[in-house]
Design a binder for this molecule. Structure first.
Ligand SMILES: [Fe+2]
Ligand SMILES: [Fe+2]
Length: 240
């Protein structure tokens, strides 16, 4: 829903080829890290069918990483060097969720709920990005290929959650949602703190610092020219 409302913003974010290339490289890192976490989950699980699914999932994420990396590099290679662009990661974050996956220590049900919610959010996001990429059909095709796998990830995690935790599936999903909202709040708080920190430092630089410069200038007017002894000479009658 939010991604639909943000469609004009997504269009702006993806309109710049430099930003597009950088974002795809960033997505590639997230997908690769997600793939490694899923390979670890496959190692840890005691359920044979989950192990098979996690391994396939890990392979998909590794392939997404390669697809995004190749397309990102091709976009950046076609550009003149030295141009910088704001990545706007908080507006178009890609497959977020896989980046905060904690495989060890999570129960099987909780991990599946978290994966399901992350994959669902990613599938909706990638669909929204795909819609605004008329200007770059090749990148749009990359998203279309990735989206097919994300739809599979979304559905298998939901079905497996229902199998592993039939009674607690709703509770696990709500726990997963609360966890994602909390992390979203923390990300927002960190971003806000960074903006406020910048504003405070700028205010200090432009408002407080000139005041001290003014006081130093005024003090300089009362200073005599040349060198002066700092202390009065010590009397010869005492040691100090
Ligand atoms: Fe992916
Ligand atoms: Fe995925």
């Amino acid at each position: 829903m939010l991604d639909r409302l943000l469609k004009p913003v997504h269009r702006w974010v993806w309109s710049d080829p430099n930003r597009r290339g950088r974002k795809l490289l960033r997505f590639s890192e997230t997908e690769a890290a997600g793939g490694r976490d899923l390979a670890r989950a496959a190692e840890l699980t005691r359920d044979p069918s989950l192990r098979r699914l996690y391994l396939r999932h890990a392979g998909d994420e590794a392939r997404h990483a390669v697809l995004f990396r190749l397309r990102g590099r091709a976009l950046l290679a076609a550009l003149p060097r030295g141009r910088e662009a704001l990545e706007a990661n908080w507006l178009a974050p890609g497959e977020r969720g896989l980046d905060d996956l904690h495989v060890a220590g999570e129960s099987e049900g909780m991990l599946l709920a978290f994966l399901h919610l992350s994959e669902k959010a990613a599938a909706h996001r990638f669909a929204a990005y795909q819609e605004v990429l008329d200007c770059d059909p090749e990148t749009r095709d990359v998203f279309a290929r990735v989206l097919e796998d994300e739809a599979f990830h979304m559905s298998y995690t939901r079905k497996q959650l229902a199998r592993i935790a039939p009674r607690q599936q709703g509770l696990r999903l709500w726990q997963g949602r609360l966890d994602r909202w909390w992390k979203a709040y923390l990300r927002l708080a960190v971003a806000l703190a960074s903006v406020l920190g910048g504003v405070m430092l700028a205010a200090q630089y432009f408002l407080v610092l000139p005041l001290f410069a003014l006081l130093a200038k005024r003090a300089l007017r009362h200073e005599g020219a040349g060198l002066r002894p700092v202390r009065a000479p010590s009397p010869l009658s005492s040691q100090y």
